[in-house]
Ligand binder design. Structure first.
Ligand SMILES: *Cc1c(COP(=O)(O)O)cnc(C)c1O
Length: 403
C-alpha cells in the first residue's frame, strides 16, 4: 500500500536541532525571563533588519498596543488602517480608546495605496488622524515613503508581520526609514518563529524608552528619573535599592528568554528562509500560469522585493461555478491546507456596529478571490506541482452546491 503524501499546511514553522538546543540551553540556565537572551535577540533582530532600536514583546498584537500607547493615541483619535488585514491591526486602536477608520486596498494586490489611504484620511478628517497603520500584506510593501511625504505630521506604524526580509530599494523593512515604529510577529506561521512573540523597531530613542516601559508595567528603575525624591532616596542621598516608580501604568507584555532563544536561533536563518520562499513563489507563478484564465498568482506589487509570507492565488470562483469552501474542503481531503487572508475587518460584526464604513470595493473584490496556498521553507521539490494539480482537480470538479 502506498503511503499518502504528508499534509501540507498553508504555513508552518521550520525548527531544526540547533533551535531545540538553543531553547534547552536557556532552560538549564539562570534566566527564564528578563535575562540576557532577550537582549541578544533584540540585538540580532535589529542587526538583521537595520533597525536603530528593537524591543521584543509577548506578541505582535501586544506590540501594536504598545506602539499606540507610545505614540500617545487615545480617545477621540483616529487610526487609519487597511481593511484587508488580521484583526489586531485595527484592534490596537480600540485598546487605547481610539477609532479605526478603514482604508480600501487594491483589488489585484490586496495592498493599500497612498490614494486609498488619502480617501480614508479625508473621510476621518485629517486633524483627527493620529496614526496610519501600513500593513505590508503578503510580504509586499505599502509605499511608506509617499505616505510620510503626504502626512509629515502623522506617525506611521508599519505592520510588517508579513514582510520580515522584504526590502524597498536597498533598505530592509524594519529600518524605519519613514515610519515611527515597525512591528513584526514571531508567531509560528510567520517567517521567523519564537512560539509567541513580537518585535518593535523604531528609529526614535524616546519611543524606544516608552515601549520598554509600557512592556513592563510602566516601571522606572533609574534613580535619576524618580519623581518622588523622598521615597526614592535615603537621608544620605543614596537611591533606595528596592524602589521603583510608575509614572503611568503599563502591561506585562514581556517576551520570555525561552521564546527569545528560539527567535535568536531562527533569525540567523532569515536570509535562507526568505530565499526559499522566493524560490517557491517563482515555482507557483510558473505552475499557476498554466491554469487557465480564472486562476493566477498574485501579481508582484511594484516598488519592493517581497518576502512572500503567503502564496496567494486569485481565483474567479464565480466564473468557475464552484464555491471557495468546496475547493478548500476538497483540497483538505487531498492533504492540502489553504486559508483566506482576510475577511475585510470593517465587515466584522463589532466594526459594523461601531465604525461607519462605506463599501470598500477593492477589498471585497480581493477577498472574494484570494486563496493562500501552502508556502513554507521546508516544502520539497514537487510540492508546488502537487498543490497546483490538486487545486485544478478541486476546481475542475465543478460546483456541488454545498459551498
Ligand atoms: C500575525 C499578525 C498579527 C498579530 O501578531 P501576533 O503575534 O499573532 O499577535 C498582526 N497583523 C498581521 C498582519 C499579522 O499577520
Amino acid at each position: 500500500m502506498s503511503v499518502p503524501p504528508p499534509f501540507l499546511p498553508y504555513g508552518r514553522q521550520c525548527v531544526d536541532d540547533a533551535d531545540v538546543a538553543a531553547v534547552a540551553e536557556v532552560l538549564r540556565g539562570d534566566f527564564l525571563t528578563t535575562g540576557p537572551t532577550v537582549d541578544a535577540f533584540e540585538t540580532a533582530f535589529a542587526t538583521a533588519v537595520g533597525a536603530p532600536h528593537a524591543v521584543a514583546c509577548s506578541s505582535g498584537t501586544a506590540g501594536l498596543h504598545l506602539a499606540m500607547m507610545a505614540l500617545g493615541i487615545g480617545p477621540g483619535d483616529v487610526v487609519v488602517v487597511p481593511t484587508v488585514t488580521f484583526l489586531a491591526s485595527a484592534n490596537c486602536a480600540v485598546y487605547v480608546g481610539a477609532e479605526p477608520v478603514f482604508a480600501d486596498v487594491d483589488a489585484e494586490t490586496g495592498l493599500t495605496t497612498p490614494a486609498l489611504i488619502a480617501e480614508a484620511v479625508a473621510r476621518a478628517g485629517r486633524d483627527r488622524v493620529k496614526a496610519i497603520v501600513a500593513v505590508h500584506l503578503n510580504g509586499h510593501c505599502v509605499d511608506v515613503a509617499a505616505l510620510a511625504e503626504t502626512y509629515p505630521e502623522i506617525p506611521i506604524v508599519e505592520d510588517a508581520c508579513h514582510a520580515l526580509g522584504a526590502t524597498v530599494g536597498d533598505v530592509a523593512v524594519g529600518a524605519c526609514a519613514h515610519s515611527a515604529v515597525t512591528m513584526f510577529s514571531t508567531h509560528p506561521v510567520k517567517t521567523v518563529a519564537s512560539g509567541e512573540g513580537g518585535v518593535l523597531c523604531t528609529p526614535d530613542p524616546v519611543l524606544d524608552e516608552r515601549l520598554r516601559r509600557y512592556r513592563n508595567h510602566g516601571m522606572v528603575r533609574e534613580p535619576d528619573r524618580f519623581e518622588d525624591r523622598a521615597a526614592g532616596f535615603d537621608a544620605s542621598g543614596e537611591p533606595n535599592p528596592w524602589y521603583y516608580e510608575m509614572p503611568e501604568p503599563g502591561y506585562n507584555y514581556r517576551l520570555s528568554d525561552i521564546h527569545a532563544a528560539l527567535g535568536l536561533s531562527q533569525i540567523g536563518r532569515l536570509g535562507a528562509f526568505v530565499a526559499r520562499r522566493r524560490e517557491l513563489r517563482r515555482e507557483y507563478e510558473a505552475a499557476l500560469s498554466r491554469c487557465g484564465p480564472h486562476v493566477r498568482a498574485l501579481v508582484t506589487a511594484p516598488g519592493c522585493d517581497p518576502s512572500w509570507h503567503l502564496s496567494v492565488a486569485l481565483i474567479d470562483f464565480v466564473a468557475l461555478g464552484v464555491a471557495r469552501g468546496t475547493v478548500m474542503r476538497r483540497l483538505r481531503e487531498a492533504g492540502i491546507g489553504t486559508q483566506v487572508h482576510y475577511f475585510p475587518v470593517h465587515r466584522q460584526p463589532y466594526y459594523r456596529r461601531t465604525v461607519d464604513t462605506p463599501p470598500l470595493v477593492g477589498a471585497d473584490a480581493y477577498y472574494e478571490r484570494c486563496l493562500s496556498l501552502p508556502l513554507f521553507p521546508a516544502m520539497v521539490d514537487g510540492d508546488v506541482d502537487r498543490v497546483v494539480s490538486e487545486l485544478m482537480r478541486a476546481i475542475g470538479n465543478g460546483g456541488d452546491g454545498t459551498g
